[in-house]
Structures are given as structure tokens and as C-alpha cells.
Design a protein. Structure first.
Length: 206
């Protein structure tokens, strides 16, 4: 039993090579697939991801189903990923190679059609993402970028930002006025009750 759990069924070097090969292969596939795959996953993308995990599983483990082989593969994956992360954070050039560069989706209130098509996104998807970022319309956006990680960053025009700030300020003022009115009514109610109690006490004394 112990031999089957902790004994390697294939050489450790083969296990390491298999794991690194699958990691690098998947990294290349994801880079070629584009940032859209990272931006959002629809039902078909999710199916592909689930099937992909099963497809590459055999390539990683091979004929080795031992506990030691699985732990070695996990250590290699985590360690190699940590090394790449450290290299990426210490070098701008490495970051561009590993993660790519941001893509402009909207510039000066206009959708950059060529760049949007290159990412595999559609105009309605871009508009929906802008709304989730607080832009009511494309014309309100100064610049929108699809980041290497798949997120979309939005920079609003100054006019749109000022309008949003003005609406927020007005809402705060309305809330403050409402609270002042409630406090005034509460204070008046307390005074009336206190005066009524004082008059009642004087009547009993007389």
C-alpha cells in the first residue's frame, strides 16, 4: 500500500517535464485565444474549460496515479507559476510577453471598431461593460481599456464625472434636509409632551 501511494510509477523527471509542458502549452493557448476568454465566460466557454481540464489531466499524470506523483506535480505547478510571477513583476518587457498589453476599446466617446473586433468582443458587450462601470452612454467615456487580465477600465469625460458628482451632491443635500426635518419634528414632539406633562402636574397640585 505504501509503495503504491508514495512510490513514483514514472521517473520524477518525466513528471516534471510533463507538468511544465502542459503549463506552457495552456499558457500559449490562452494567449492565442485572446483576452475575451478572460473578460467573460459564457456557457460554451465554461464547457470548454471543463473539458480542457480533463483533457490535460492525463497529459500531466500519465500512468502515475500515486500520491507522491500528484504532490510533485502540484509543487512544480505552484513553484513554476511563482517564478513566472516574480519575473513578470520585475520586468516590464516580461509582463508584456507573459500577459500582453492593454487594448483600447473606446477613445473620445467612440468605439474603436478595429481593436474591438481584434479582441473578439462585440459592440453590445462593450456597451454593457461600460454601463457596469458607471457610464450611461459611450459618448460619456473618454477612454476604455481591456486590461491583460480581462477586466475593463473606464475613464469618464469630465462632463460626465461632474454630472455624476452633481447628482451625488444633490442626493446628499436632499438626505440632509430630510433628516433636519425629521429631527425638528422630533424635537417639537418632545417639547409638546414635556409641556403637557408640566401642565398636568400643576393641575394636580392646585
Amino acid at each position: 500500500m505504501w509503495q503504491s501511494m508514495f512510490g513514483f510509477e514514472i521517473p520524477a523527471t518525466e513528471k516534471i517535464v510533463r507538468t511544465l509542458g502542459v503549463y506552457l502549452g495552456l499558457a500559449i493557448i490562452m494567449r492565442l485565444a485572446g483576452k475575451r476568454q478572460l473578460a467573460q465566460l459564457n456557457s460554451f466557454d465554461l464547457i470548454v474549460m471543463l473539458l480542457l481540464s480533463n483533457v490535460v489531466q492525463n497529459a500531466v499524470i500519465g500512468p502515475d496515479n500515486s500520491l507522491a506523483g500528484g504532490l510533485l506535480g502540484a509543487v512544480v505547478l505552484v513553484g513554476f507559476n511563482a517564478v513566472l510571477e516574480r519575473i513578470s513583476t520585475s520586468s516590464t518587457r516580461a509582463t508584456r510577453i507573459f500577459e500582453g498589453t492593454p487594448t483600447t476599446l473606446v477613445a473620445d466617446g467612440q468605439i474603436a471598431e478595429k481593436q474591438v473586433r481584434r479582441t473578439g468582443l462585440r459592440d453590445p458587450e462593450v456597451v454593457s461593460a461600460l454601463r457596469h462601470q458607471g457610464a450611461s452612454a459611450v459618448r460619456d467615456v473618454h477612454k476604455a481599456m481591456l486590461e491583460p487580465g480581462g477586466s475593463i477600465s473606464v475613464e469618464l469625460n469630465r462632463e460626465a464625472e461632474n454630472a455624476t458628482y452633481g447628482e451625488l451632491r444633490q442626493a446628499v443635500l436632499d438626505l440632509q434636509r430630510h433628516l433636519d426635518e425629521r429631527l425638528s419634528a422630533l424635537e417639537l414632539s418632545v417639547l409638546e409632551r414635556r409641556d403637557g406633562g408640566a401642565l398636568g402636574g400643576d393641575g394636580v397640585t392646585g
